[in-house]
Design a binder for this molecule. Structure first.
Ligand code: ADP
Length: 889
């Protein structure tokens, strides 16, 4: 019997399965037979010669050998022929047999090679159950070497629990003669480890059909099972990651939706009249909602970055203005804590950069927000400079330096990990999730930079990071002063008690080739002015911090104006923009005001304005003008498809306050229904809705419009923050997109973008009554101006307005009902005058239209108009009461 445990390589077959030695050996017997034939012939010849010599007694032996007689030759040739014939026959038979043998051995060789090379174990066992033949894989699976396996009883490989079942299966094969496949059981390998296998079993029989043993193929299924399990785990992990992202998107949607309502409603309520305590409480609700929103955003960003789903945008922005805007967001908080907040961009940094400004802002706000949180006094300064530059690529280095509590050396590396804080105790002083820096670190990484911190406990920290940006090659340098302004060489006095701030301002002014000189107190400022005057240098302009310590900013302003004969223009830099504060400076003769931190473009504007003839034009007033334009849109018919009741309510209130007509439906199907019957100026479409969602509804609307030829602008509203949402909305046919929570300003801006005519429409314009307290401050400042800056006069008239206008509205309604044109005209005229006094232009315009209607005696639209007028006046009443509250404050 042949065994298949492999022969050493050198003695094995060649690549084609041939064995050269065997072939060599196969040629030998033929040659040997030939020699044997020759030998036998020779011996026969010699023997025949001897036989002749002995029988004839004639001649010598050599005579018979070399010179036989003719009869002897004949008999010998005959005998030799017989031998040759017999030999040829024998050779033929042997050759045939040899060829058969070779074929057999070749096929055995192939069989052996196949069996040796299969992945599965092959075995043959005799009828007593001992291994006779097995291949390498079988040895690998069982862990036994060839010697140990040879004649080993297969039952010794089985576990006690399964021995009986396996033996039974072998017996069944023996009894039925039918092979079995996939007999699964566990074997114990040589090292004692279990291994799950599957085997096929079939009978081996001899030529007579008698069973001589079993053969089979053995598979190690434990490895395959592990691989399967791994594959399944991978599929499950992918599914889990997918569902995690979906869950996060949904969760963000679910949390943002009610938050949207809370923030929006709080904003609306803050505009109505309420007691001071109620206002304070509501502000707490609003700021808590904003805090919650920022936590949700952090969690969402963190998971998006983890899942590799965060994509960076690419757009151009002006670095200096961008930083100024970003810092302004946190300036109020910093100034409330009496912390100075400033930023300095090195002069050689190009202003127009290309990158992702939103993510850049996010990193900055997190670092500055932390700095504000962990600093109780002193200053926070943001520095930006070039770390390296190659052609149009730049690595910007930004450092946020504070004078706060600092971070212990041992904790400095930890805080960049998620959910880690320097003070992890439960009774810690500062709140937070510990996610902000982790998100920032990952964003910095994504933006091709690195982040780090230097800090000393009790002295402060410097968080620094780098980000890669491209420099906009087409941009002109925004930091260069326009030539036509002729401001080079202008002498400017800078007074700020914060030295960093004074230095930053001086650097900014010097970069425009102006000549600044700085002083760090009011007294030093006045002294510097005098000293320079003596030297013949007149400061044309002074840039003064509004909160200088004693003798204070106002005293300095008065001194400067007095001593220069009011020739000097003065700009003050405010930390708060309250009316009281602004009025104090206007009255003192200040030409322009700026809010801190000062952006270069604002500073330049303020300088130009201050030096111009009509110098009392502050950035605040300009802003107010802008805000005035910002809040007007024509009355629009808007269809809102939104399923959440509180969102419906919020949007209705918002649109009502803009005097737009809102028709609200709860899903895409209802939207389609109503659009098939009615036309609208605009559709606000929630994306996630039951029945028919916003995307499908939009696609169907666009289909419908192919027949009607109409086109209604559609704005998507979605809390989905995942990648590609915006693209999906636009692809479905929507015109634009507002993220939830919906901010009134963003929605307004988007409506204007989608309906450009609304931006400059001369149709009846509605005043947005969702004004902010800052708007109120500005309006109050203007109104006070109109009332001779006399608060008590203003209050008297305001109270009169509040008590008078409701009965007048009633009169208007009665006049309309009675179709009394004279009464309607008279009352509308009176209301118009009142509204103009309080600069409520939209209400005044409505009253004017009522007056005209009354004159013509056409009462068709009067009721509608009266309702709108009532709305506008009621909304203004809320603001007015709040403004009066501020005067009382
Ligand atoms: P959070 O501020 O929400 O706790 P962050 O990840 O932004 O989370 O910050 C992690 C921790 O790093 C903070 O809890 C604080 O201990 C520490 N830290 C961050 N910035 C400053 C800073 N400017 N001064 C002192 N400690 C800081």
């Amino acid at each position: 019997m042949v065994d298949y445990y492999p022969a050493p390589r050198s003695r094995g077959p060649d690549n084609q399965g041939r064995d050269p030695k065997r072939e060599k050996r196969s040629g030998k017997p033929i040659k040997n037979l030939f020699l044997l034939g020759v030998g036998v012939g020779f011996i026969y010849w010699a023997m025949a010669s001897l036989f002749c010599q002995l029988t004839t007694q004639d001649g010598t032996y050599l005579d018979h050998f070399f010179h036989p007689g003719i009869d002897e030759i004949l008999s010998r040739v005959l005998a030799l022929c017989f031998f040759v014939f017999w030999g040829a026959l024998a050779i033929g038979t042997m050759c045939r047999r040899q060829r058969a043998c070779k074929a057999l051995s070749d096929s055995e060789e192939k069989y052996r090679i196949i069996i040796e090379n299969i992945e599965d174990g092959y075995y043959e066992i005799d009828r007593d159950g001992r291994f006779m033949i097995f291949n390498n894989s079988f040895r690998r699976i069982t862990g036994y070497d060839a010697l140990a396996l040879q004649r080993l009883d297969y039952r010794l490989l089985l576990t006690p629990a399964e021995t009986k079942t396996v033996i039974q299966a072998f017996d069944t094969v023996r009894q039925t003669g039918r092979p079995i496949k996939d007999l699964g059981f566990v074997i114990v390998r040589k090292d004692g480890t279990p291994c799950l296998v599957k085997t096929s079993v079939s009978l081996i029989t001899d030529r007579r059909g008698k069973m001589t043993g079993y053969r089979g193929l053995l598979k190690d299924v434990s490895r395959r099972r592990q691989a399967d399990a791994l594959k399944q785990e991978k599929v499950a992990a992918e599914a889990a990651s997918r569902s995690k992202s979906e869950f996060l998107a949904n969760m963000s949607h679910e949390i943002r939706t009610p938050l949207n309502a809370i923030i929006g409603m709080a904003e609306l309520l803050l505009d109505s009249s309420m007691t001071r305590d109620q206002r304070e409480d509501l502000k707490v609700v609003q700021s808590a909602a904003y805090a919650l929103l920022s936590v949700i955003n952090d969690v969402l960003d963190f998971s998006k970055i983890e899942a590799g789903k965060l994509e960076l945008e690419r757009s151009a922005f002006n670095l200096r203005d961008f930083l100024g805007e970003a810092l302004k967001i946190l300036a109020i908080k910093a100034h409330e804590k009496k912390i100075e907040l400033a930023y300095r961009v090195a002069p050689d940094v190009p202003d127009r950069l290309i990158g992702d400004p939103h993510r850049f802002r996010q990193i900055l706000l997190n670092l500055i927000g932390n700095a504000v949180k962990f600093t109780d006094s002193g200053e926070i300064v943001v520095f930006a400079r070039i770390k390296s530059r190659q052609a149009n690529q730049l690595l910007l280095h930004v450092a946020v330096r504070d004078t706060g509590v600092g971070i212990p050396a041992g904790k400095q590396a930890l805080i960049f990990e998620a959910f880690r804080q320097a003070d992890g105790s439960t009774n810690r002083k500062y709140g937070g999730t510990g996610l902000g820096l982790a998100v920032s670190a990952q964003l910095v990484n994504l933006m091709g930079g690195r982040i780090g911190v230097r800090s000393e406990l009790g002295k402060g920290s410097v968080f620094h990071f780098t980000v890669a940006f491209d420099v906009d090659p087409d941009a002109t340098d925004g930091t260069v002063l326009p030539r036509e302004l002729h401001l080079e060489g202008l002498n400017i006095l800078v007074v700020d008690d914060n030295e960093t701030n004074a230095n930053i301002l001086c650097e900014m002014l010097s970069s425009w080739k102006m000549v600044p000189k700085s002083a760090l107190s009011a007294t030093a400022g006045a002294a510097l002015m005098r000293k320079m005057r003596k030297r013949g240098v007149d400061f044309k302009l002074a840039l003064i911090d509004s909160q200088l310590p004693d003798p204070g900013t106002l005293t300095l302003v008065q001194q400067l104006l007095q001593e220069t004969g009011a020739a000097m223009r003065i700009i003050t830099m405010l930390t708060t923009t309250t009316t009281k504060e602004m009025d104090r400076f206007y009255l003192a003769g200040v030409s322009a005001m700026l809010t801190k931190p000062v952006r270069p473009s604002d500073l330049l504007d303020a300088i130009v304005q201050a030096l111009s003839e009509k110098h009392i034009l502050t950035d605040q007033r300009r802003n107010h003008k802008k805000a005035g334009q910002d809040v007007t849109i024509p009355q629009l018919d808007i269809l809102v498809a939104e399923d959440t009741p509180f969102n419906q309510k919020y949007i209705r209130r918002l649109l009502d306050s803009w005097h737009c007509r809102a028709t609200i439906v709860g899903n895409g199907r209802q939207a389609l229904d109503i659009l098939s019957r009615q036309t609208f100026d605009l559709v606000l479409m929630d994306v996630q809705m039951p029945d028919i969602d916003g995307l499908t509804a939009t696609m169907r609307i666009r289909e419908m419009e192919k027949q009607t030829g109409r086109h209604v602008p559609i704005i998507a509203m979605t809390a989905h923050a995942m990648r590609g949402d915006r693209e999906r909305c636009l692809e479905s046919g929507m015109n634009d997109y507002v993220p939830k929570p919906i901010s009134a300003a963003t929605l307004l801006e988007t409506i204007r973008r989608v309906l450009p005519s609304t931006a400059s429409s001369s149709a009846v314009e509605a005043t947005k009554h969702t004004s902010t307290p800052a708007d109120d401050d500005r309006t109050l400042a203007e109104l006070l101006g109109a009332f001779n800056n006399d608060p008590s006069f203003f209050k008297d008239i305001a109270e009169m307005f509040i008590s008078d206008y409701p009965p007048m509205l009633e009169t208007i309604q009665q006049a309309i009902d009675a179709k009394d044109g004279e009464l309607l005209g008279r009352t509308a005229h009176a209301i118009k005058g009142m509204a103009r006094n309080f600069q409520i232009d939209s209400a005044a315009d409505m009253a004017l239209r009522l007056e005209q209607i009354a004159g013509k005696g056409e009462f068709g639209q009067a009721t509608d108009l009266a309702r709108q007028l009532a709305d506008a006046l009621t909304a203004f009443e809320g603001r007015l009461k709040r403004m009066m509250g501020r005067i009382n404050d």
